[in-house]
Design a binder for this molecule. Sequence first.
Ligand code: HEC
Ligand code: HEC
Ligand code: HEC
Ligand code: HEC
Ligand code: HEC
Ligand code: HEC
Ligand code: HEC
Ligand code: HEC
Length: 211
Amino acid sequence: MRSKNELWIGYAVAVICLLVGVFCYSILPAKPPESPLRVMFSGMGGNVLFHHQTHIADYGLACKDCHHSVIGSPTDTPDSCESCHLKESVYTPALGKNGVFDHPAHSEDYGLNCSDCHHTYAEGDSGEPEACGTCHNPESEDGSMLGRVDAFHKQCIECHEASGVTPGGSDCAECHKPRPRKDAFHDQCMNCHEDSGAGPGRADCTTCHGY
Ligand code: HEC
Ligand code: HEC
Ligand code: HEC
Ligand code: HEC
Ligand code: HEC
Ligand code: HEC
Ligand code: HEC
Ligand code: HEC
């Protein structure tokens, strides 16, 4: 008798859960919650269903592993990737051969000293300043030493904001135009999967596409 009652209660709960689930599933896309359960991307490649909550709770990832942003505080609601990585965006690096950073203008025209940036070097020292990355290397992002990207962001943006010039911290695209939407997703999803040896890799198109 008792087990039959429990069975009925079980069925009732299951039916209620199903109804609530279907109801929520149908209204949620219209107004995303603080952190979506899952995200459905639809495009020419076939839809992709991304289990957002599973990636956070079960795979132990931090928000900033995916929602990278230089100045945003960790408690801010992140912007959608598409707000920066537009479909037609053309990637331009900040430094390097085709980068927007104009070293001659900064070192000769803006009234700055070498040591304003090369802070371990003083004019008159023998030799040339070392590249920032020899000390601030990507592996040093452990808190004791600023990593390469953080070192650049901090130095470039702090000086601009202190001198009242643009680009400031939120003018991302004036220092480097973000890669287009498809590459942003593919690079982020697949680089992490391949680095951690888990989840679909580059060749597994249909594991993600085709919903
Ligand atoms: C880890 C999951 C994943 C894998 C594996 C994957 N993709 Fe994607 N792909 C995505 C996501 C997410 C998007 C972004 C969808 C959007 O634009 O909204 C996307 C976007 C695309 C787009 C652009 C769609 C549009 O409308 O612009 C194409 C085309 C595409 N993928 C093709 C492929 C091909 C071909 C492969 C295999 C060689 C592949 N993808 C592997 C997740 C994946
Ligand atoms: C594995 C990567 C990943 C992790 C980890 C992650 N997110 Fe996301 N999140 C995404 C992707 C991808 C989207 C879809 C963005 C889009 O459609 O442009 C998204 C969308 C969102 C959105 C909706 C944004 C919008 O306007 O479309 C919010 C809010 C959000 N995430 C919050 C969080 C919070 C809070 C955390 C940490 C608790 C977190 N996310 C962790 C990848 C991630
Ligand atoms: C506030 C603007 C902004 C938002 C929001 C943003 N990005 Fe970016 N992202 C950039 C800029 C600027 C760069 C540097 C230029 C580049 O490498 O494309 C970048 C770089 C990247 C890179 C290459 C560097 C790296 O970290 O591996 C990937 C991949 C990427 N973004 C994916 C994403 C995804 C996926 C989302 C959403 C979860 C997202 N981005 C949200 C602006 C943004
Ligand atoms: C506004 C900041 C700034 C100023 C001012 C500046 N530099 Fe630089 N310099 C940089 C940055 C950023 C790089 C790229 C470093 C990297 O890629 O790690 C660089 C690279 C260099 C490099 C190449 C280092 C290498 O091995 O890749 C040399 C040499 C150099 N600067 C010399 C100078 C000299 C000499 C002055 C003064 C006349 C000067 N710089 C002024 C920011 C600056
Ligand atoms: C010879 C090694 C070395 C080189 C080269 C170097 N740094 Fe540093 N940098 C350090 C050390 C050590 C610190 C102090 C530890 C810390 O704060 O991470 C530091 C601190 C910083 C800080 C934080 C300062 C603050 O205000 O808190 C920034 C920003 C920075 N470096 C940017 C750069 C940039 C950009 C370059 C290249 C133009 C550069 N560094 C070249 C070793 C170096
Ligand atoms: C010590 C101060 C200082 C630092 C550090 C600095 N800048 Fe600048 N930057 C300036 C000043 C001053 C201007 C404005 C020149 C003007 O408009 O007259 C400027 C202008 C710019 C501009 C617009 C004009 C141009 O030269 O193209 C860009 C882009 C730029 N900086 C990028 C960067 C990047 C990237 C870094 C870091 C690698 C950086 N800056 C580091 C002082 C600095
Ligand atoms: C004042 C110039 C400046 C601004 C503004 C700026 N960045 Fe950067 N960013 C840099 C520099 C310099 C690097 C190091 C570039 C390199 O390695 O060639 C960098 C690197 C990055 C990287 C690593 C990219 C890679 O390819 O390794 C990301 C991601 C990024 N920035 C995102 C952002 C976002 C998001 C914003 C806006 C919220 C932003 N940046 C604003 C100068 C800037
Ligand atoms: C920072 C790391 C990271 C990023 C970024 C990331 N993933 Fe994953 N993903 C994982 C890990 C870890 C697993 C776990 C696989 C396992 O445990 O078998 C996984 C598993 C998956 C799986 C298979 C299991 C499941 O949950 O469905 C899919 C599909 C997937 N990811 C899609 C995506 C898509 C689409 C994106 C980009 C929007 C993305 N992932 C971004 C780390 C990441």
